[in-house]
Design a binder for this molecule. Structure first.
Ligand code: PLP
Length: 379
């Protein structure tokens, strides 16, 4: 199999699975138990938290474990709106966020919140000037992703944090960094972001564990707990810690940290190689100009992406459709880019891991060419 869909999820390396297996079968104590196995587990969870926090450049106590990126996003949004409930009901986000942000916003709109959706330009970019123009006195929350999962565009999160400070805005800033963490510069503490969402399964960790960074500034204001209960995660997100998943998350981060810069450079080089090779084929156009090293979006103009993904999948090559995600309807990201119908129909996403090779790209390009040569384009 040739797996080029690493923005969807990633395989778990053997060392990560081994670390999890050991916790599941031997170190299985509940961190809240008073006997040695429990006490050891409590200490181990704190060690693993410190590993992930180290990679994010924050303090361990600023990181709270959740069950996934979606949970982190939902929690951040709820916490911000609760905190600023007396300030206003206006939210700024982008039209191209993941549905883990857009769906809560859609639901909130039904509860009387007003949402401003910033639209990207044709290249996929969102600018801090757009945020400045949308910012109001009653803005309670700005939620902006770090890397767009379909175009690989890196959004101006740092600049947005600076803008909120400069304007002395009470709005809280949340960043969905699920696709950005350990792929691009990511420094919530240095930038002044209030909350940042992470997920393990995008970087070689298991599914079912994520984290939310909460700044000290926000924590001191006593944020609303997501899950009141037994008091785990410093009282903000109760529930027995998912020790094996957390161990796997930390191990995956440690593995990614080995030769980190080389891994990023390798993915960026693969992306460039793939882009050049595909554009050389003719009839393929770039979609957006995202600079994240691991995500490449292109369109096989006029060839519906749903068919491409299915046909390549049958040959053991895994990529994603940027359009036709839901019964032939273009994805919200592709729609927001304002592409013409034939270009929108043909958008595919190819996403890399440090383990992919030039041979993977060669096989993908050959399969795409064969697909195109054996079909008629849309009229
Ligand atoms: N945010 C972004 C940008 C994503 O790409 C994803 C997953 O694809 C999520 C959030 C959701 O993360 P999880 O699958 O851990 O819930």
């Amino acid at each position: 199999m040739i797996y080029l869909d690493n923005a969807a999820t990633t395989p778990v390396p053997r060392a990560v699975a081994d670390a999890m297996y050991q916790v599941l079968t031997e170190q299985f104590g509940n961190p809240s138990s008073q006997y040695p196995m429990g006490v050891e587990m409590k200490a181990a969870v704190e060690r693993w938290r410190a590993v992930i926090a180290g990679a994010l450049g924050c303090k361990a106590e600023q990181l709270y474990f959740t069950s996934c990126g979606t949970e982190s996003d939902n929690w951040a949004i709820q916490a911000a709106l609760w905190q600023n409930r007396h300030r206003g009901k206006h939210i700024i986000t982008t039209a191209v966020e993941h549905s883990a942000v857009l769906e809560p916003c859609r639901w909130l709109a039904q509860q009387g919140y007003e949402i401003t959706y910033l639209k990207p330009g044709r290249d996929g970019n969102i600018t801090v000037e757009q945020v400045a123009a949308a910012l109001r006195e009653d803005t309670a929350l700005v939620s902006m992703m770090l890397v767009n999962n379909e175009t690989g565009y890196v959004f101006p999160v740092r600049e947005t944090a600076a803008l909120l400070r400069e304007k002395n805005s009470p709005a809280l800033l949340h960043c969905d960094a699920v696709q950005g963490f350990m792929k691009v510069d990511c420094d919530p503490e240095g930038w002044g972001v209030d909350m940042m969402s992470l997920s393990a399964h995008k970087l070689g960790g298991p599914k079912g564990v994520g984290a939310l960074y909460i700044s000290e500034r926000f924590r001191m204001r006593n944020p609303r707990p997501l899950l009141p209960g037994g008091g785990q995660e410093r009282g903000l997100r109760s529930g027995t810690e998912a020790t094996a998943q957390i161990a796997g998350f930390a191990k995956a981060v440690e593995l990614r940290q080995e030769h980190y810069e080389e891994k990023l450079a390798h993915m960026a080089a693969l992306k460039e190689y793939c882009r050049a090779k595909l554009l050389d084929m003719g009839g393929v156009v770039p979609v957006g100009s995202g600079t994240a090293p691991h995500i490449l979006a292109v369109s096989l103009v006029g060839y519906p992406s749903g068919n491409i993904v299915t046909e390549l999948g049958a040959q053991g090559i895994c990529i994603s459709a940027g359009s036709a995600c839901h019964q032939g309807k273009a994805s919200h990201v592709v729609s927001a880019l304002g592409l013409d119908k034939k270009t929108a129909a043909g958008v595919i996403r190819i996403s890399f891991s440090p383990d992919n090779t030039n041979e993977d790209v060669d096989a993908l390009c050959a399969a795409l060419k064969a697909h195109r040569d054996s079909r008629f384009p849309m009229l």
